[in-house]
Design a protein around this ligand. Structure first.
Ligand code: ADE
Length: 237
């Protein structure tokens, strides 16, 4: 799985992606490349942006420069068709289902915007010709798409076989079954005067599973009524 980041800040990568399981498998189960948009500048000052037509604050990345950078990123896939994603607060809100569809492609190219945005014509061109998908990580605005790209990468890679030691932990946890995860406990059995729920010490696997499902339902109902409604509908309740 080759992931290519098209960015003005390649030095931000791999950054936190070198930690833990992702770091250990970087170079074997997945590869990361960066393409610096500035390398495709069309002027001696290495400028990549210009003022916005119609007026207003901020600068917009020029379409020809972003287009060349994306074309170069695509050439790294040698004729294969990777998923192409543009990180933007105007995109579809990211979730596990989108992550699973993204990893079913021959790699991923992630375009990160900065400043006020990217000229719409290059976005439209790549949408029409290369199925570019606009993705947001939530209803808030960051300075650029680099941190959202890291969120997307980490989420996607957790679905790649071999990256997680225990594939059950991906299936079992929050959102996989439309419910949030139940609480977890470890030793000591009593800490700060509080003991672990006794059912977890019972060794009765059926009762433990029932307790965990009940906890998941209670927590979801309380903190995510939207997910709870979805769960009721999809389980015909
Ligand atoms: N760029 C800036 N904010 C963003 C967000 N919320 N999601 C994706 N890309 C972004």
């Amino acid at each position: 799985m080759l992931i290519t980041i098209v960015t003005l800040f390649p030095e931000m990568f791999p950054g936190p992606l070198t930690c833990s399981l992702l770091g250990k498998t970087l170079g074997t189960l997945w590869e990361l490349k960066t393409v610096n948009i500035r390398d495709f500048s069309d002027n001696i000052w290495k400028k990549v942006d210009d003022t916005t037509y119609g007026g207003g604050a901020g600068m917009v990345l020029k379409p020809n420069i972003v287009h060349e950078a994306l074309n170069y990123a695509l050439s790294l896939y040698k004729g294969l068709k990777p998923a192409i994603v543009y990180m933007t607060p105007r995109g579809k809100v990211f979730n596990n289902n989108i992550a699973k569809t993204l990893i079913n492609n021959n790699g991923i190219i992630i375009l990160c915007g900065r400043y006020e945005g990217i000229d719409q014509r290059v976005i439209d061109y790549w949408k029409t010709n290369n199925n570019l998908m606009e993705i947001s990580i939530g209803d808030y605005v960051l300075f650029g798409g680099e941190i959202p790209a890291m969120v997307l990468i980490e989420t996607c890679l957790r679905f790649i076989p071999g990256i997680m030691h225990n594939s059950e932990s991906v299936i079992d946890e929050s959102f996989s079954v439309d419910l949030l995860e139940y609480p977890q406990y470890t030793k000591p059995a009593i800490w700060n005067g509080n003991s672990v729920p006794s059912v977890l010490l019972s060794g009765n696997h059926l009762e433990i599973a029932k307790w965990r499902t009940e906890q998941s339902k209670q927590i979801t109902k309380e903190v995510r009524p939207d997910l709870w409604e979805k769960y009721l509908v999809s389980h015909n309740k």
